[in-house]
Design a protein around this ligand. Structure first.
Ligand SMILES: *[C@@H]1O[C@H](CO)[C@@H](O)[C@H](O)[C@H]1NC(C)=O
Ligand SMILES: *[C@@H]1O[C@H](CO)[C@@H](O)[C@H](O)[C@H]1NC(C)=O
Ligand SMILES: *[C@@H]1O[C@H](CO)[C@@H](O)[C@H](O)[C@H]1NC(C)=O
Length: 454
């Protein structure tokens, strides 16, 4: 597992000797030296772009050092944090690396960020090598339903990616399993560490469990969806009940793809609860305008008009297969458009299974909970949490008509979360995610081909 502090240290040494030859590192390790080495290899055709990325990463590294040295003081209240988020530059003309740097200089990263990120990213909670000995009563592999798509991955690979917390109840005691599905470039255990892992574990009606994805969902979304489809079936089978599913960002596409091509999953889900989903991809495709290291297969597949998005949406794939509670922010800096009526996060409902689409600014106009929530801050948005609690405790999707808006709209984060959770979420998503994306292996010049089953 990658160690951020080591990467940054080595990275620092590398950039300070950037004109001398770069050391070769073992090919299985994904880290900054290798990233930069590859960048240099490609530099002939991509000189301008490589230079830009190297310069931006130097600025990010400097900001992290300055943060640790106390040059940037983190905000001290949730209100300050939201004001600072609102002052972030518009991502439509900044790269992910620049945004990560801005986050630090605006006091939105905790001083001990490297300790937090190292502790979390190395931790067992992100492992794809879990021992899950329980077998479903009926086999779910190679197919649970004859209509299911074939898996490329082995059952062992798919099953060991599932992380089951030691106090998981397997559907007992009224606690419904809720599978957490990650977004692009962040490990799952860390993604939800500051939010739904603790929020749900504290309830008497829900029980969090999650699926970790190799390469942190940077590879082909069709393969990522195999992990998601299998995990939905496995958790529901061993718990002998339907599961809830919470996704963030790309995870929404992964789940909807699983629902479309593995029909067995439709009987295994009680509620689908996507946060900041991009069912129509995003118009912010500038990352992939030129071949470069930030344009990984899954990022390319999330273009507004990608082949994968077209395949997902055709034949009413843009409509729900199970009750769906979609929640998003109109000022999302990653997914656009994300404002009603044309938000990428909108789910249609031709099958009449029950859908609610909620843009938080419209649910709580002018109130804290309808404020400037970024793509990742939506993980701690109080309206999203209240709607998911509502969904999990009623038939059908979460419905604003049952939410006490006078109370919830005045919260900045759900009860029991605090400033550290907001800052931790931001740091995890933007800083770790950016380093991780840069560390992905070769990026392909084209979108991965669609599978035969599509
Ligand atoms: C970001 O920039 C785009 C294009 O210039 C603009 O339409 C949008 O309103 C801006 N968003 C924010 C939050 O300022
Ligand atoms: C939403 O999409 C429809 C159909 O493409 C278009 O006619 C309409 O102008 C869009 N609305 C907004 C607010 O962008
Ligand atoms: C949400 O609640 C309102 C008011 O009770 C109801 O009219 C509407 O049908 C509900 N929406 C869904 C999707 O269940």
């Amino acid at each position: 597992m990658m160690n951020l502090k080591t990467i940054l240290l080595v990275f620092y040494q590398i950039v300070s000797t950037i004109s001398s030859p770069l050391p070769l590192v073992p090919s299985q390790s994904q880290n900054f030296p290798e990233t930069l080495h590859n960048l240099q290899d490609n530099a002939e055709g991509l000189l301008y772009l490589s230079k830009g990325i190297i310069q931006e990463t130097i600025l990010l590294e400097t900001a992290l050092t300055d943060l640790q040295n106390g040059k940037y003081k983190p905000v001290s209240t949730l209100k300050e944090a939201m004001a600072s988020l609102a002052s972030m530059p518009n991502a439509s003309d900044h790269t992910a690396i620049e945004i990560a740097t801005e986050l630090i200089t605006r006091g939105l990263a905790p001083t001990n960020i490297l300790d937090i990120l190292n502790g979390l990213t190395d931790s067992q909670i992100n492992s794809i090598y879990n021992d899950n000995p329980r077998n479903p009563e009926e086999p779910i592999y190679p197919k649970r339903n004859p209509e299911d798509a074939p898996y490329d991955k082995t059952e062992d690979e798919l099953r060991s990616a599932i992380h089951i917390p030691h106090n998981f109840q397997y559907g007992a005691n009224g606690k419904r399993p809720v599978l957490l599905v990650p977004g692009t470039s962040d490990p799952t255990g860390t993604t939800y560490y500051f939010s739904y892992e603790k929020l749900l574990a504290d309830t008497d009606f829900a029980d969090p469990v999650w699926v970790n994805i190799p390469d942190h969902s940077l590879g082909d979304i069709q393969i990522v969806s195999e992990y998601v489809a299998y995990a939905i079936n496995y958790i529901s089978a061993i718990s002998k009940t339907k599961t809830g599913v919470i996704s963030w960002s790309q995870g929404g596409i992964d789940v909807q793809w699983a629902l479309k091509y593995w029909p067995s999953t439709r009987d295994a889900i009680e509620d689908f609860m996507p946060i900041s989903p991009d069912f129509h991809g995003t118009l912010f495709e500038y990352i992939c305008l030129f071949p470069n290291r930030l344009c990984t297969p899954s990022i390319r597949q999330q273009g507004y008009e990608s082949n994968l998005i077209h395949a997902l949406r055709k034949d009413d794939g843009d409509s729900a297969y199970v009750p769906t509670t979609s929640v998003y922010s109109g000022v999302d800096e990653v997914v656009q458009p994300q404002s009603d009526p044309n938000a990428s996060g909108t789910m249609n409902d031709v099958r009449r299974v029950g859908v609610t689409n909620t843009q938080v600014q419209l649910a709580c106009p002018g109130k804290p909970a309808g404020g400037f929530y970024t793509h990742e801050a939506m993980l701690v948005n109080p309206i999203a949490y209240a709607l998911f609690v509502d969904a999990l405790t009623h038939d059908g999707p979460g419905n604003l008509s049952r939410i006490d808006l006078d109370t919830v709209c005045n919260q900045i984060v759900p009860p029991r979360l605090g400033l550290d959770d907001l800052l931790g979420t931001e740091a995890m998503a933007l800083i770790y995610g950016t380093v991780d994306t840069l560390s992905y292996g070769e990026s392909e010049p084209k979108e991965p081909p669609l599978k035969d089953y599509v």
